[in-house]
Write a protein that binds this ligand. Sequence first.
Ligand SMILES: *[C@@H]1O[C@H](CO)[C@@H](O)[C@H](O)[C@H]1NC(C)=O
Ligand SMILES: *[C@@H]1O[C@H](CO)[C@@H](O)[C@H](O)[C@H]1NC(C)=O
Ligand SMILES: *[C@@H]1O[C@H](CO)[C@@H](O)[C@H](O)[C@H]1NC(C)=O
Ligand SMILES: *[C@@H]1O[C@H](CO)[C@@H](O)[C@H](O)[C@H]1NC(C)=O
Ligand SMILES: *[C@@H]1O[C@H](CO)[C@@H](O)[C@H](O)[C@H]1NC(C)=O
Ligand SMILES: *[C@@H]1O[C@H](CO)[C@@H](O)[C@H](O)[C@H]1NC(C)=O
Ligand SMILES: *[C@@H]1O[C@H](CO)[C@@H](O)[C@H](O)[C@H]1NC(C)=O
Ligand SMILES: *[C@@H]1O[C@H](CO)[C@@H](O)[C@H](O)[C@H]1NC(C)=O
Ligand SMILES: *[C@@H]1O[C@H](CO)[C@@H](O)[C@H](O)[C@H]1NC(C)=O
Ligand SMILES: *[C@@H]1O[C@H](CO)[C@@H](O)[C@H](O)[C@H]1NC(C)=O
Length: 523
Amino acid sequence: MITSSLTSKAQLICWVVSVFIIVSLVHAESPTLNVKVHDGQNDSLILASDETRRQDPFNSLEWYTGGWNISNKHYIGSLAYTAAPLFLTAGVWFVGVGLFMLLSCLCFCCCCRQRSYGYSKSAYACSVGLLILFTIVAVFGAVVLYTGEGKYHESTADTLDYVVDQADSIVKNLKNVSSYLTASKKVGVNQTFLPPQVQKSIDNVASMINSSATTLETVTVDNKDDIKKVLETVRHILVVVAAAMLLLALLGFLFSVFGLQFLVYILIIVTWILVAGTFILSGVFLLLHNATGDTCIAMDEWVENPRVHTALDDILPCIEPATAEQSLSETKDVVFQLVQGVNGIVTNVSNANFSVIASPLAYNQSGPPVPILCNPFNKDMSKRKCVTGEVDLSNATEVWKNNVCQVSTGDVCITVGRLTPSMFDEMAGVVNVSYGLYHYGPFLTDLVDCTFVRETFSGIYNEHCPDLKKYSEWVYIGLTMVSGAVALSMIFWLLYARERRHRKYTKLVDSASHRGDAYGKGP
Ligand SMILES: *[C@@H]1O[C@H](CO)[C@@H](O)[C@H](O)[C@H]1NC(C)=O
Ligand SMILES: *[C@@H]1O[C@H](CO)[C@@H](O)[C@H](O)[C@H]1NC(C)=O
Ligand SMILES: *[C@@H]1O[C@H](CO)[C@@H](O)[C@H](O)[C@H]1NC(C)=O
Ligand SMILES: *[C@@H]1O[C@H](CO)[C@@H](O)[C@H](O)[C@H]1NC(C)=O
Ligand SMILES: *[C@@H]1O[C@H](CO)[C@@H](O)[C@H](O)[C@H]1NC(C)=O
Ligand SMILES: *[C@@H]1O[C@H](CO)[C@@H](O)[C@H](O)[C@H]1NC(C)=O
Ligand SMILES: *[C@@H]1O[C@H](CO)[C@@H](O)[C@H](O)[C@H]1NC(C)=O
Ligand SMILES: *[C@@H]1O[C@H](CO)[C@@H](O)[C@H](O)[C@H]1NC(C)=O
Ligand SMILES: *[C@@H]1O[C@H](CO)[C@@H](O)[C@H](O)[C@H]1NC(C)=O
Ligand SMILES: *[C@@H]1O[C@H](CO)[C@@H](O)[C@H](O)[C@H]1NC(C)=O
């Protein structure tokens, strides 16, 4: 009676475990629902609508259809719900095994242990087989986890570097713009190059740009260090988990094969806690994997649909492209006017030959004429090609240095030259402002209308998302595999040790009943 009940118990466990393996393999292949749900309006877009269609625990498990939107608790809830099975498994495992251990302990203390030695060859073989199987799966899972962890760390570090590089290039550009625009301070008040209000607003813009650059720089540096620290910590945790689980699986296997009962019990307590923790960790990585997938799709769809409103626009302060375009054409106009103004002075004053020195515009200018500036725009703001004899904004200051004369106290040239030092300074200032606006105007508009962000997202989507998704999945699969396999191995450590004891006992009984030379014959 006892024999048959024990054997059926062991067979039942074997059967249940085998079914579980098959079910989970089938479940992993189950297709996802692919129903496209749109707003109905064409001026707003639901980001990643297919990928984010999940059951929403805050809305009685109805399907969530709001798309990627991190300011929506239903999105966060439905995302978290995807990892619920793993968290639930961790809870059930922790409570179940805890209760089991408590009951076993009580049973042991109250001496209600039944000394029942039934032995069946099939149960023994099944427990040995599954013990070996789960140990192999655990080792394989640990390898997947370790490999996935290494690659995941690499790809997150690469992504971080990419984003930081993009931010750095923005900071550098902003600092350059700011340094060019602050030159407007040097533009004299008396000259009519820049009206005072324009000069003042350019100055304000320059300091605003400078402070944005400084803020962005500190934010980038601070966050980069923090994120790096988090990534390193995650990496260490995963390596330790992989190593610990591998060690547990191997030690458990050895201890139970060699029948070291006491060590198996110690190992079981360690495994009990570690497996619960690992299930939770694998739930976290499943979340991370799903969140990465959603965000990647959302970024791509946002990049592809620049003119529609999406949830990403709520968190990114992008200026309407039309407004940005208008600002750009205003900067072009300013550049055009500034270059026109300087060229007027050059042609009508510096390069003029005055026979009477007393003339108000004469300061004894003489020598080769000052080359005029190349205006990068026509009057209608279309691009203009430079003609020979014109100097480029980028090196006009260098060229004009040759035309500067030395002056007397009355600001009159006493050597050959057509520009007084004060004139040169003012003109150089105007050239710097013009160059800054001309060269960095498109960059500034790209920045404010989020073209730059779109490029960055596109780079992340194309270069980094595939790896991030793949390797977060590896880590999640490795963690689930290793925790599941070690959890099941643990059951078979016990079961096998028991079967082993029973076999020994049965053999002893057998040999005693046959009164033969059981020891001489061997197994
Ligand atoms: C929606 O699309 C229609 C035609 O496709 C267009 O006429 C209409 O202006 C669009 N509405 C908005 C708000 O973009
Ligand atoms: C900023 O200006 C310096 C020289 O002033 C130049 O070497 C550098 O390439 C500029 N950086 C960018 C991003 O334009
Ligand atoms: C930008 O601001 C920093 C301090 O915030 C200052 O040290 C630097 O000189 C400023 N640069 C320009 C070009 O204004
Ligand atoms: C013009 O800009 C360059 C580069 O930022 C700077 O080195 C130079 O001093 C500026 N010139 C004036 C007159 O501000
Ligand atoms: C500049 O203008 C101020 C008054 O606005 C005048 O006192 C000064 O003499 C002028 N300087 C030159 C060089 O014209
Ligand atoms: C995102 O969620 C917030 C909060 O629920 C909501 O106010 C906002 O309209 C949503 N955005 C989009 C684009 O659906
Ligand atoms: C320079 O002289 C031309 C005519 O010779 C005139 O049309 C133009 O307005 C003058 N420019 C300045 C800045 O005085
Ligand atoms: C002024 O004189 C120089 C030679 O000293 C000559 O090359 C130049 O063409 C003259 N400019 C004008 C406007 O006459
Ligand atoms: C100024 O730049 C142009 C091309 O950008 C170049 O041909 C010319 O030699 C440069 N002149 C000086 C003095 O650097
Ligand atoms: C005008 O400049 C010439 C050099 O080009 C110099 O010889 C002459 O003394 C200067 N005249 C005055 C009044 O400074």
